[in-house]
Design a protein around this ligand. Structure first.
Ligand SMILES: Nc1ncnc2c1ncn2[C@@H]1O[C@H](COP(=O)(O)OP(=O)(O)OP(=O)(O)O)[C@@H](O)[C@H]1O
Length: 258
């Protein structure tokens, strides 16, 4: 059986905040309580330190919920794992076939049709033309997109794009699945139909990384949790322990604020 693992070593991601009016923006950013640490240098644009020395190793069987306040770095970490962002410093090694269901235009090329996007994504995942062609009817059936499959993706609603992404990802059975929780909240009819398939698909992944603000979602799908705050790992371990650490920190912060 194919092994899968993820090794993240001292990863840093920084975003320069480019804006013509960055002097006043700088003040506004520094005043915010949440989000990555903001660094200021004289006469330079501020830099958001979205991930700041993140290290973690994930093995087969790890189903990890990413938790933390807004701006903690959860989406950034998912994008680094998906290869969408390169770390500014540090290393990421990923072994295994990855599928990323992230809410960033879902990685589609808006000018290509649904079918063309499926082909591209299949190739990106290392499938051969014949394998993609063999999957196509099942995906078409699952997505219920009908003639829309031959229309450019820019004509799709966000729900339709979600169906297309989900149809493709669930057909290819990735070793490693990276998800935002939004995917678990589609329109009622479609999710009713998709539920069994999504559940089976999430379970078959050898490693799952799921960002969510819902403790219930984390408890349902995960066996570990990683608590990020200001781009740093605050806790990593069994779900209940980490959720407790996060809840304690949130309580402490609300006491300090009041
Ligand atoms: N493209 C970008 N340009 C500039 N700053 C960014 C960019 N993407 C993220 N950031 C900043 O990086 C930090 C981490 O953001 P990220 O989206 O990873 O947080 P998150 O934990 O996913 O938040 P949420 O729970 O609100 O979705 C934040 O301070 C955010 O403002």
């Amino acid at each position: 059986m194919a092994m899968a693992h993820i090794e993240v070593e001292d990863v840093h991601v920084r975003f320069p905040v480019l804006h013509t009016g960055h002097r006043s923006l700088k003040k506004a950013l520094v005043a915010t309580a949440t989000g990555g640490a903001i660094m200021r240098e004289a006469n330079a644009a501020p830099i958001v330190h979205a991930l700041s020395g993140v290290s973690v190793r994930l093995e087969v069987g790890d189903r990890v919920g990413l938790v933390g306040p807004n701006g903690a770095g959860k989406s950034t970490l998912l994008r680094v794992l998906a290869g969408i962002y390169e770390p500014d410093d540090g290393h990421v090694a990923v072994d295994g076939k990855i599928a990323a269901l992230l809410n960033v235009n879902l990685g589609f090329n808006a000018d290509l049709t649904g079918r063309e996007n499926l082909r591209l994504r299949g190739m990106y995942m290392g499938l051969k033309g014949k394998e993609i062609a063999a999957l196509a009817p099942e995906i078409a059936d699952f997505t219920e997109l009908g003639d829309y499959l031959d229309m450019p993706v820019r004509t799709y609603s966000s729900g339709m794009q979600m169906r297309l992404a989900l149809g493709m990802a669930t057909a290819v059975k990735p070793d490693i699945l990276l998800m935002d929780e939004w995917i678990l909240a589609g329109d009622a009819h479609f999710m009713e139909k998709a539920k069994a398939r999504v559940a089976a698909f999430v379970r078959q992944a050898r490693i799952l990384v799921l960002a969510s603000h819902s403790a219930d979602v984390i408890r349902t799908w995960c066996n570990k949790a990683l608590y990020l705050s200001a781009g740093k790992v605050q806790a990593f371990g069994p779900v209940e322990e980490v959720l407790e650490a996060y809840a304690d920190a949130a309580r402490a912060q609300s006491v300090t604020r009041n």
